[in-house]
Design a protein around this ligand. Structure first.
Ligand code: C5P
Length: 217
């Protein structure tokens, strides 16, 4: 079922570009249900690293059937290792298919208390919510992204060095942009937002201006 007259925002972005931060602020401002779709692939990666012997498509099917937004809040999903593993499991077409419906349900049928949905990921603008009212491609140069992720991981008491984070993000970019299945790309109808020299607030205001202008029409 698809709810009518809701706002759907679709965002694609490479790792650590600031998409999650602005998506959360935007969602709060417009009362939208926010889904960080990367967390789903991270959760699958966590299942894989925790249960390498049990891990299979049927194992995943049963897990995904019971999947709820609460499962995506675990701190264990935030590590760099899980991010890298996530970009490996995310290459598998069969795994992606298993989580498509979950994402679409959130996007097109958010609970009534929300006025719409906002999803961010790698294939949201052209695969999961192709008819979104608003589409954005959020990026920043790789060193800026690595520095942001490095600070985040430091806050989580990780011992990772800046160079390790940089290498890991470069590897993930390579995986995400070049894979055959649902690669990361900017669609023609997405607005490009480069956050390299933008504060969180300026990024929010830039996106808000675009949305408000359209909503007034
Ligand atoms: O967004 P985040 O960095 O948490 O995503 C982890 C990994 O999950 C990405 O590097 C990407 O390979 C994968 N992913 C994806 N499709 C999405 C969201 C994330 O393939 N929609």
């Amino acid at each position: 079922m698809k709810r009518k007259n809701i706002i759907k925002i679709a965002i694609d972005s490479p790792a650590a570009a600031g998409a999650g931060t602005v998506a959360k602020t935007i969602s709060k401002h417009y009362n939208l249900l926010y889904l960080d779709t990367g967390k789903i692939y991270r959760l699958i990666a966590l299942y894989k690293t925790k249960n390498p012997k049990k891990f299979s498509l049927s194992f995943l099917k049963t897990k995904i059937k019971k999947l709820s937004l609460k499962d995506l809040g675990s701190k264990f999903l935030l590590s760099d290792k899980i991010g890298t593993e996530a970009s490996i499991v995310a290459k598998d077409k069969r795994i992606r298919k298993l989580v498509h419906n979950f994402q679409k349900e959130i996007a097109y049928n958010p609970p009534k208390k929300f006025d719409g949905s906002c999803l961010d990921g790698r294939d949201i603008t052209y695969n999961i919510v192709p008819d979104a009212e608003f589409k954005f491609f959020i990026t920043a140069n790789v060193k800026t992204r690595a520095l942001r992720r490095f600070k985040e991981l430091k806050g989580l008491k990780s011992n990772i060095t800046f160079n390790e984070v940089l290498k890991s993000i470069q590897k993930r970019d390579k995986n995400d942009y070049n894979r055959k299945v649902s690669p990361l790309k900017k669609t023609k109808d997405s607005v490009l937002i480069n956050t390299t020299n933008l504060s969180k607030r300026s990024c929010f205001l830039k996106i808000k201006k675009i949305i408000d202008k359209e909503l007034k029409n």
